[in-house]
Every structure is written in C-alpha cells, then in structure tokens.
Write a protein that binds this ligand. Structure first.
Ligand SMILES: Nc1nc2c(c(=O)[nH]1)N[C@H]1C(S)=C(S)[C@@H](COP(=O)(O)O)O[C@H]1N2
Ligand SMILES: [Mo]
Length: 384
C-alpha cells in the first residue's frame, strides 16, 4: 500500500517565530506597499481612461516618472514581505474545523477562509502579472491592463476587509513586544530578526531593481530590466526593426502630414528642421517602471497646429509609421497638445534622433507615460 502523507494539524507547526507579533509588523509594511502601489496604479490608469473627462496634469515634468517608479518598486518590495507574511500564518490553514453541528461557527469559518483565499489569490496574481509586465514578458493572452486593473480592486477590497476583520489580532500583535533574543532554552533567531530580515529582503529587492529609474543606483541594480542606458543615453523600448519601420522611416518620400480645419500641410524633415527649434529636458517614463531624463530638440507641436488653424481646445492625435502592433498612435488632450514644452523632437542630446528613438521625428510631452510618446510620427491630426 502506498504510504500516505498525513495532513498536518496546526499543532504540528512548532516554530515560535510564527507569531502574531511578527505577522502584524510584516503585514503593516506589506499593507503600506499595497496602498502606495494601488494609488499610483490608479493614477497611471487615469491616463488611459481619461476618467470623467478629467485630464491628468501636465506637470511637474517628472511627475509620472516618480509615480510609476513608485508603483513598480512598491510592487517589488511587496514580494518578499508577502512571502514572509504567508509563511508566518500558513499553519492556520490546518486549524481544526468547528464541529458541523455548530452552524454559525462553520459558516463564519468558511467565510473567513474564502475571504483570505480571494486576498491571497488577488495579491499573488497582481504581483506575478505586474512583475512579468515590467520584464516585458507576456506568457498569457488576456489584456494586461484590464486584468491588472480589475485585480487591483479585488486585492484592495479584500485587503480592507481583512484589515477590518483582523484589527483585534493586529492590536494584539503590536501589543506583544518582539523578543530581541531567542527565549532561554531555545536556539535560532529572534522574532525581531525575522521582521528585520523581511524588511532587508524587501530593501535588497528594491535596490536591485531601482537602477532602471534612479540613475545613482544603476551600478547596484543587478536585476533591473532596463539599465537606464541605451543608444544616445536613453533605453529603447521597441526598436525600429521590431516596429517594422526601418525602410519607411528612412525613405526619401517621408512626409509629416498635419491635418486640421485649415486643411493639410505636408512637411519634409528638412522643412521641419527649418522651423523654429526648441530644446527641453523631458524624461521618458515607461509604464514598466524604468525612466531616463533626456534633452530633446525639435518643433513645438503647437507651432505645427497653428499651420492648420487648429483651435486651442483641439484634441490631437499623432500617428506613427508603425503599421502593426500596439502603440502606433496616441491622443493628446488640449493641455498636452498646446503645452509649450510638447515637441515633435528631431534631436536627442543634441544629436540627430536615432532610428530606434523615433527618427525622423517623435512626440515628447511633459508628465506623460512613455507608451504615449509616439515614435516615427508621420501624421498629426485634429480629432475634435
Ligand atoms: N510608434 C511607437 N512609439 C512608441 C512605442 C511603440 O511601440 N511604437 N513604444 C513606446 C514606449 S512603451 C516607450 S516607453 C517609449 C520609449 O521610447 P524610447 O524607445 O525612445 O526610449 O516609446 C513609446 N513610443
Ligand atoms: Mo513604455
């Protein structure tokens, strides 16, 4: 007969380190990370939703760089904390079930387990899918943005219920002092060491990834997906090759078309160069969490819109030469389209824009997700 692995009982777990005093403290840090991650995530989603007609602000220039950097880094910080937290409570899975005749206790216990199952599933889903996205790895077929957004509400809702239900336990956990030394007669680390190790693991995970957005940390960030470097000092997300524009972007007959109520104007790259050039420092801040500051030179988008009598309150769309895949076009609300720093850039750090950064010209606007900074622009049109 095959030997059966016995299902453990709560008493089978004897570690004195799994204690409410540890769970409460690690849980609070985890809750803080989830809170910041949730709010910065909502902020990012707002750019896509245009929620209630409310337009995100055009400043500060580095705003999205900070909020999206925080979003990805608090998500990364949460991973070790979640693992330690789950480790500290998982024997509770094996708590003896209440006797079946006590219906009220059975229902309460079932509800508690269900709510925790939802919380754990949503948290793991969010962290796994978010991490995969920040590494540009999409081994699934569902929409990342829609599912990550829905998952966020499930996770945060389940978290609020969990905190409310566990408030007495959290209080109790904080009331119990973390012992700094293992109790006499025992060996191994103290509970304080466990909490410190969890925080340290979290800090190391952040440092190992933050270099993609904090230039000072580039050298220590061994795990960062983007080093913060690339051609012309800026990483490349999608290359010209990947976008299928290597021929069209260099073609002799390339024209930028500007379309508005006053008709259509076609401009060669030389004609764009002959217009008044402006230079501004604006970062590229990718939703994946990396970012880089850069100096761009080119034509103010507003100057191009004036050529076709676009009204000041016009919504504007820019279209790329890219014919397949996503991100081939983006829309600018009037505040972005007419912002004096919004450019169709021709140069990066004083050099001609490289093909991978969007030659012949690319959009760059302040405080806007990188995915909306369309490269290889061939058409600017007034939408409404
Ligand atoms: N046409 C087009 N523009 C694009 C993209 C794209 O895939 N196609 N990727 C965007 C994304 S996700 C980012 S983060 C920025 C990155 O710009 P860079 O490659 O010049 O750093 O370009 C944006 N512009
Ligand atoms: Mo991006």
């Amino acid at each position: 007969m095959p030997s059966m692995v016995p299902i453990p009982r709560e008493e089978s777990f004897s570690s004195r380190l799994r204690d409410t005093s540890v769970t409460a403290r690690v849980g609070s840090w985890l809750g803080l990370c989830f809170g910041v991650c949730f709010l910065t995530g909502l902020y990012s989603h707002w750019y896509y939703l245009g929620a209630g007609g409310l337009v995100p602000p055009t400043g500060p220039t580095w705003g999205y760089r900070v909020t999206q950097g925080l979003h990805v880094l608090t998500g990364i910080a949460a991973i070790p904390l979640l693992l330690v937290k789950l480790w500290s409570v998982y024997p509770k899975l094996f708590v003896a079930l209440p006797p079946l005749r006590d219906v009220r206790a059975v229902v309460l216990s079932a509800l508690e387990r269900l709510s925790i199952a939802v919380l754990v599933a949503a948290s793991v889903f969010q962290l796994v899918v978010g991490l995969a996205n920040s590494a540009q790895w999409y081994p699934w077929s569902f929409s990342f943005r829609a599912s990550h957004y829905a998952g966020a509400w499930v996770a945060i809702g389940a978290l609020l219920v969990h905190v409310a239900v566990k408030l007495p336990a959290i209080r109790e956990g904080y009331a119990a002092r973390l012992d700094a030394e293992p109790p006499s007669g025992t060996t191994g680390p103290s509970r304080r060491t466990v909490v410190r190790a969890a925080l340290l693991a979290s800090a190391v995970a952040v440092l190992a990834n933050a270099g993609g957005t904090v230039p000072l940390l580039r050298r220590v960030s061994v795990l960062a997906v983007r080093s913060g470097e690339g051609p012309q000092g800026v990483p490349v997300n999608r290359s010209a090759q990947a976008a299928g524009v290597t021929t069209t972007a260099r073609a002799e007959d390339y024209r930028l078309t500007v379309a508005g109520p006053g008709g259509e104007v076609e401009l060669t790259r030389a004609e764009l160069e002959a217009m008044e050039q402006r230079t501004h420092d604006l970062p590229i801040a990718c939703v994946e969490g990396w970012s880089a500051g850069a100096t761009w030179t080119g034509v103010r988008l507003g100057d191009l819109l004036d050529l076709v009598d676009a009204p000041a309150d016009a919504v504007v769309r820019v279209r790329s030469l890219q014919t397949r895949g996503s991100f081939g076009s983006s829309e600018l609300p009037p505040s972005f389209a007419r912002h004096p720093h919004t450019l169709l850039a021709l140069r990066l750090h004083g050099e001609e824009l490289s093909l991978d950064h969007g030659y012949p010209c690319r959009l760059i606007a302040p405080n806007r997700p990188g995915v909306m900074q369309t490269k290889w622009v061939t058409r600017v049109e007034v939408v409404a």
